[in-house]
Design a protein around this ligand. Sequence first.
Ligand SMILES: [Zn+2]
Ligand SMILES: [Zn+2]
Length: 380
Amino acid sequence: MNVSHASVRAPFNWPAVVMFTLTTAVVLTVLPWYALNFAFSGAAWAWFAFCMVATGLSITGGYHRLWAHRAYQARLPLRLFYLLFGAMALQNSVLVWASMHRVHHRYVDDPERDPYSIRRGFWFAHLGWMLRDYSSARLDFSNARDLQDDPLVAFQHRHYLGLALGMNLGLPLLVGALFGDPFGFLLLGGFLRLVINHHLTFFINSLAHTWGRRPYTADNTARDNDLVALFTYGEGYHNFHHQFQWDYRNGVRWWQIDPTKWWIAACAALGLTHGLKRVPEFKIQRAMLQRQFERARERLRACATTGRFAVLHRLLEQELEAFSATVNEWTRLQGERFEAARRSLADHWSHSELRRRLQTLERALHDQRRRLRLLHLQAA
Ligand SMILES: [Zn+2]
Ligand SMILES: [Zn+2]
């Protein structure tokens, strides 16, 4: 662990310290006392569930995938929803959050420049980085000019405190008063929801950089983990996300638990989102195969002294040759496609023909992944 001396002595960030201490203290003391003496209404629990989902999706779907990564476009009503319930999530304004997150992607794992680098420990990546004014989390909006130019994002940034207080205190009290249970609404939909949601989303910086598999890249600490995805609105497929950050999906397979992806796709069906970005399947398969080659090489090194080594090594070399031939063919085909598009020659026939050839290459990589898995087993 490489922690600079200056970082250790960084002064406390008092607003954050007070906010985290106060909200946690209320949940641990006032909430149980209220539950024992007054009992919460069903409506208050429904409000809690609604606020959990609304604030969670505003961070993952809005702050993260829409604004930090521009993975899709959203219409005005949805952007307003994200801005309001994002303020309710108490994770700072879109501008601050997204700018910092872009730094995280750019310098991931760097102890001095990644604002929530896991190399400085689990606790630091989870919450500690917000409790002091560390130089690694210094604000610099030069990477977020697009967001500064967005009038709605700029408005939310300017009036963040008022919006956050109104959404966290004013709204629960108002809606709660309509149902005759203002304090129940405030405690469940305000305090309890806030503390749980904070830690669930903070897990993306801590747990999703610690626990799980790395199927796409080993260049950083980000992991894929189905269980983490379940509790983080789908953000637990973090290895995929760090490799392909502009894809609106984190769980790229249909069966992977990614509620944010389903939400964005459902909104597209309603006309609220559009321009959803997807990484070509070939690139995904290529990344997975490269990881398999790395692992197979490691495995082979381990059995370098055994008799099987020469045979397996030759097999691996053949697979590598086949892989680079497929990748070259794909690159050539992409060139052909762009050229056809440039000359407006992409009529229906050539389009479907190119598609067919691309699918054949995708299948070739897919088959090769199966062969490599076998080779990996043989080297065990
Ligand atoms: Zn990350
Ligand atoms: Zn991200």
